[in-house]
Design a protein around this ligand. Structure first.
Ligand code: FAD
Length: 434
């Protein structure tokens, strides 16, 4: 029988195994993971897991934070057609609720792959050499570091369950924290650290939070959220190096802290593919095709490690969000279990959410600049949305505390629907009627 080897036991890898069985794949499936934990859900790591405040196993508790957090993600996922189970797994905040034994999926944990020998169809993980007929690359992304971040004690990143377990006692002890980066992770971390009572300074190199993700007009209210939470936000401030007692700034001055957390983005974890013949982009991503195949036969890539061409947006997308890791595997599994011709092209409307400063943010679509911005509601208030319109067509939407806008907007974006700008700007008019 043919064997599928999936490298990377995160959301994309785990979902690929499940989707293969759902497709009726009869052959062997091996899921190879670098971490020692069975596959788990990452979004709760910066939310319920850190905010839980309890000791011990992260997957065992955090009821309050977990239900508040996962309801948002789950209901948003459900409205978009995804299963809620993956977010609200029975065993706790980070559980995927997947029974791999029942699916006859072999889990090989604590085995980082270090080479791909494609000519021989072999994956090498130290002493373990695995033959494959089909290979799925799902190795996700690694946090980007700063000089000193690997070597200094008291310097953290937040990507894995182990990272979160190391951070939780630091927060619980109310330590003085410097967070580098005011992106999605930085905002969620600031929220958790302030809730734990930690003094927090956030150092951001650009002039504002989320500068890479959203235009200045939209992030303008967000800078105030840091202040409101009692955190100090230093924008336009570059960190030159991290040290065990704080950070060294670009101007030579130092900021002291008991702990530093670096949250400046992630890069595809594809170093192990060097010399394999798999084509990589300048951003480190595996360059997949429109059905998530790679430059090598019978080798596929999915999730945070893969970019793919989007006809919908006329550009190649590298998406670092949960929904992409959840949905892409359906395409990969269909392509393996059936064939390329029978597999629909993968070209989703991107979706993600974030929980920060007591707010629930959701974004659908993809804006590229040049669109007309349209506000629904007052950004100084507790709930509002922003629509991006190109030639009257809705291309993207950010909803803050307006999940109904998101659910309706997401469908309108999928259909490339036209909106009446005047009606759409009235928050009392349902978006679907605008
Ligand atoms: P990963 O989840 O990174 O899984 C890849 C796995 O592969 C990892 O376990 C890794 O150890 C393993 N691996 C790497 N290299 C190798 C190797 N050589 N051999 C074997 N295994 C290897 N998205 C949202 O939409 N909303 C959110 O609110 C949100 N919150 C987040 C909060 C945090 C703290 C983090 C870190 C991410 C968050 N995300 C969120 C993003 C989302 O979690 C990711 O997009 C998703 O986890 C990607 O899944 P993946 O399987 O592609 O990669």
């Amino acid at each position: 029988a043919e064997r599928v080897v999936i490298v990377g036991a995160g959301m994309a890898g785990a979902r690929t195994a499940v989707a293969l069985r759902e497709e009726g794949w009869p052959g062997a499936i091996t899921l190879l993971g670098a971490e020692s934990h069975p596959p788990y859900d990452r979004p709760p790591l910066s939310k319920a897991v850190l905010q839980g405040g309890h000791g011990g196993d992260a997957s065992a508790g955090s009821e309050g934070g977990a239900s508040a957090g996962s309801e948002g993600g789950a209901s948003a996922g459900t409205e978009g057609g995804a299963s809620a189970d993956a977010v609200t797994g029975p065993a706790g905040a980070t559980s995927l609720g997947i029974d791999f034994a029942a699916l006859d999926v072999e889990l090989l944990l604590g085995h980082p792959a270090n080479a791909l020998r494609a000519a021989d169809r072999l994956v090498v993980a130290g002493d373990t050499v695995l033959p494959y007929d089909h290979l799925v690359i799902a190795t996700g992304a690694d946090p980007v570091g700063l000089p000193g971040s690997e070597t200094s004690p008291g310097v953290h990143v937040l990507r894995t369950l182990d990272d979160a377990e190391r951070l939780r006692p630091v927060l619980a002890a109310g330590r003085r924290i410097v967070i580098v980066g005011a992106g999605w992770i930085g905002a969620e971390l600031t929220t958790a650290a302030r809730e734990a009572g930690c003094p927090v300074t956030v150092v951001e190199a650009t002039g504002r939070p989320l500068a890479d993700a959203l235009p200045a007009e939209v992030t303008a209210p967000m800078a105030g959220w840091y202040e409101e939470a009692g955190a100090r936000l230093l924008t336009g401030t570059r960190v030159a190096a991290v040290e065990s007692g704080g950070v060294l700034l670009g101007d030579g001055s130092r900021l002291r802290a008991d702990a530093v957390v670096v949250g400046i983005g992630a890069r595809p974890a594809t170093g192990w593919l060097a010399g394999s013949g798999v084509e990589l982009g300048a951003d480190g991503s595996v360059r997949a095709d429109e059905r998530l195949g790679t430059s090598l036969p019978d080798v596929y890539a999915v999730g945070d490690c893969a970019s793919f061409p989007s006809a919908r947006y006329g550009e190649r997308l590298l998406i670092h969000h949960w929904d992409n890791a959840f949905r892409g595997p359906v395409t990969v599994a269909a392509r393996i279990a059936r064939c390329a011709e029978e597999t629909p092209v993968y070209d989703p409307v991107p979706y993600f959410w974030s929980e920060q400063f007591g707010r629930f943010l959701q974004y659908a679509g993809h804006h590229s600049g040049g669109e007309r911005l349209l506000w629904r509601g007052d950004p100084a208030g507790t709930s509002w949305s922003v629509c991006w319109l190109r030639d009257g067509v809705l291309t993207a939407l950010l909803a803050v505390g307006r999940p109904r806008d998101l659910a309706q907007g997401r469908r309108l974006i999928e259909r490339a629907a036209r909106l009446d700008p005047e009606r759409a700007a009235d928050p009392s008019v349902p978006l679907k009627s605008a």
